[in-house]
Design a protein around this ligand. Structure first.
Ligand SMILES: [Zn+2]
Length: 68
């Protein structure tokens, strides 16, 4: 969990997340004109990664965030 050093908030923060891992990409025959390719994610649990970064406090916009 995280904590804002300025207002003490531990509930809500603004940040961004990125998932990355192996994917399957295949031709989408059913709906080719609208969406030529379909994606299937997460073909391997082992190679799946998840990055989470907290940028600032939701309430006071402070970037003084610590991991607790
Ligand atoms: Zn705050």
């Amino acid at each position: 969990m995280y904590k804002c050093l300025d207002c003490g908030n531990t509930e809500k923060f603004i940040g961004h997340a990125q998932e990355k891992g192996d994917v399957l990409i295949y031709k989408n025959d059913l709906n080719y004109k609208k969406e030529p390719y379909a994606w299937v994610y997460k073909i391997s649990e082992k190679s799946w990664g998840f990055d989470l970064r907290v940028d600032k406090c939701f309430f006071c916009n402070s970037a003084n965030i610590v991991k607790i």
